[in-house]
Design a binder for this molecule. Structure first.
Ligand code: SAM
Ligand code: SF4
Length: 338
């Protein structure tokens, strides 16, 4: 088996696949209110093309795949894609990141198709605020979706909350208290806002959140385990991406994904396949050529593997976007696969 190793010796075993750049929500930190230009549908990889690319990646050592977007649950028959990826020789784990709006209806089908776990984005427990942050989201539906996922055995469930200074950072305690009742199979992760194209919001540094929690709880560091990936594409020490702690008083695992203030690009093991077939070896770097163009131009699997190896070899060391300064991320999260 070939290992996908870059020039810094990082070995890549994890692929995030964005299946669409479209979404039924429009979270304020993810998309502009207006003026999104969607990828033409003909530009999106078909399920057959995604399946083929995943097969090539598996031959190169990718073992875990996360299906994301945009919103993956709005792409038709998404369970068929899950089944195809889960059935790819070499792939051991298929997970998904979703806003959960359609999850109550689909959780059983996804589990039956071979999905192992699910991450749900949820940034507020106040219905009106949730609707405002997501520009139209329905909190009750999302909470039902989370319960359906739990019932379908899609745990442990990770809840991703992007904290925005002055907008929802007063909910740190209420999010902890709410999810603590499912501490045995739920992890709450606080994510630093990453500015794409412009700084629309202010990030809340992970250290500040930990400090706030430490006033109420004893935080015991938990050794990270393989199993998930943050939008920042960042890997903590050990195999896991988030830095995780267990709150001694209620047993809840709390993760911190801090792409700006504590970034861990040095151990990043992930790659992103964009909905249009471009690979992003780093969240902050656009790679060429497009795998879709190669496929549609008649490339065979060894040629695709060569192109992937060359792009991975050229993966940059990381990004230099900071809390207040440095470069901004380019593009939109939805097409890249947050
Ligand atoms: N629609 C699905 C969802 O919301 O879970 C999957 C795609 S979404 C782009 C994936 C993750 O990226 C979500 O957890 C979301 O909160 C996060 N995200 C989007 N924009 C972000 C930003 N600017 N900074 C940090 N995280 C972001
Ligand atoms: Fe949609 Fe997810 Fe982006 Fe929100 S974060 S707009 S749910 S893709």
């Amino acid at each position: 088996m070939d290992a996908l190793t870059d020039s810094l010796g990082r070995v890549h075993t994890y692929l995030r696949v964005s299946v669409t750049d479209r979404c039924n929500y429009r979270c304020t930190y993810c998309m502009p209110a207006e003026g999104m230009s969607w990828m033409p549908r003909a530009d999106l990889l078909t399920y057959e093309e995604i399946g083929r690319v995943v097969g090539v990646f598996a031959g190169l050592g990718i073992r875990r795949v996360r299906i994301t977007g945009g919103e993956p649950l709005i792409r038709r028959d998404i369970d068929a894609l899950v089944a195809s990826v889960a059935g790819t020789p070499g792939i051991r784990d298929v997970a998904m990141t979703t806003n959960a709006h359609h999850l109550a209806r689909l959780a059983d089908r996804l589990a039956a198709a071979g999905l192992s776990r699910i991450n749900v984005s949820l940034d507020s427990l106040v219905p009106e605020r949730f609707a405002r942050l997501t520009r139209g989201g329905d909190l009750a539906r999302v909470l039902d979706g989370i319960q359906a996922a739990r019932d379908a055995g899609l745990g442990p469930i990770k809840i991703n909350a992007v904290l925005l200074e002055g907008e929802n950072d007063d909910e740190i305690d209420s999010l902890v208290d709410y999810f603590a009742r499912w501490a045995d199979d739920t992890e709450l992760r606080f994510i630093e806002y990453m500015p794409f194209e412009a700084r629309w919001h202010r990030c809340v540094p992970a250290a500040k959140v930990r400090e706030q929690l430490s006033r109420r709880f004893t935080l015991a560091p938990r050794k990270t385990v393989p199993g998930d990936a943050p939008p920042g594409g960042i890997q903590g020490s050990g195999a896991g991406p988030a830095r995780t702690w267990v709150l001694a008083e209620n047993g809840l695992t709390v993760g911190f994904i801090s792409p700006l203030t504590e970034h861990f690009c040095a151990t990043c093991n992930r790659l992103r396949l964009m909905a249009d077939g471009h690979l992003r070896t780093c969240l902050a770097h656009e790679d060429t050529p497009s795998l879709r163009d190669l496929i549609r131009g008649g490339a065979d699997d060894p040629a695709l593997a060569d192109a992937i190896r060359a792009m991975v070899l050229g993966k940059p060391w990381g990004h230099d976007c900071g809390e207040h300064d440095g470069a901004l991320f380019q593009g939109v999260m939805t097409g890249i696969g947050g």
